[in-house]
Design a protein around this ligand. Structure first.
Ligand code: ATP
Length: 216
């Protein structure tokens, strides 16, 4: 099964990386593909450019065989719509290979506002990872989609190419990229929230308002 985990990764942090490893275990796959978006369609400007975010991501997964980067959204440019990405991948993988995309409940709550969202479950399985925050509106389209297509074991995803939803509630680290950006801009250390090579590159390049001559 081919598993995609998309995000802004602005910047990548241990919360993302830990979840990706957890996904390898729980979905029984050897690799998870991290897909940085070029321009996130549902939020404002990013703190770092697409190429800077990609460089940080590459530093984060260096030497980690279970994590791969898929930079197709950056190469495609423009707003990054998941349906386009899945269509592209589906045509590369062929109709029979199981394909799954991972999304947090925070993002899934607005799933029915994603461009061409109804095509998504036809192209891939949807793995919904529970994140802290409000529960899904039980009357809303995302909750209905989940209820209609829910399976309770990851094995089921390996047996069909697309169309199923699996909810997972792995332990999550309480780290957010927003918190990291604020911390850096305030001159406070974000060390141990992200791999050290990522922080050192941020610092060297003065990203997110980092002070290049700071001593941490
Ligand atoms: P921001 O604070 O800028 O919104 P973020 O830290 O939430 O960023 P994103 O790049 O927006 O990171 O998230 C990509 C994906 O990773 C989303 O599906 C999100 O739900 C998930 N995610 C973010 N932080 C964590 C975390 N600490 N643990 C597990 N998943 C996370």
């Amino acid at each position: 099964m081919h598993v995609l985990y998309g995000g802004t990764f602005d910047p990548v942090h241990h919360g993302h990386l830990r979840l990706a490893i957890e996904l390898c275990d729980r979905l029984a796959v050897d690799q998870v593909h991290l897909v940085p978006c070029h321009v996130p369609p549902h939020r404002g400007a990013t703190g770092a450019s697409a190429s800077q975010r990609l460089e940080l991501l590459a530093l984060a997964v260096q030497g980690e065989a279970h994590l791969a980067i898929d930079d197709r959204e950056l190469r495609r440019g423009g707003a990054s719509f998941t349906a386009d990405t899945l269509r592209q991948l589906r045509s590369e993988l062929g109709p029979d290979v199981p394909l799954a995309m991972v999304v947090g409940t925070d993002a899934f709550a607005g799933f029915d506002r994603w461009r061409d969202w109804q095509a998504i479950p036809e192209l891939a399985h949807v793995v919904v990872v529970q994140r802290p925050g409000p529960a899904l509106d039980p009357e809303g389209a995302p909750a209905r989609l989940l209820a209609e297509r829910r399976v309770s074991v990851a094995d089921a995803l390996h047996r069909s190419p697309a169309g199923l939803c699996l909810e997972l509630a792995p332990p999550l680290l309480d780290i957010s990229a927003t918190g990291i950006r604020e911390r850096i801009a305030d001159g406070r250390s974000p060390r141990y929230l992200m791999p050290d090579p990522v922080w050192q590159a941020i610092r060297r390049q003065g990203l997110y308002g980092a002070c290049t001559d700071g001593n941490f």
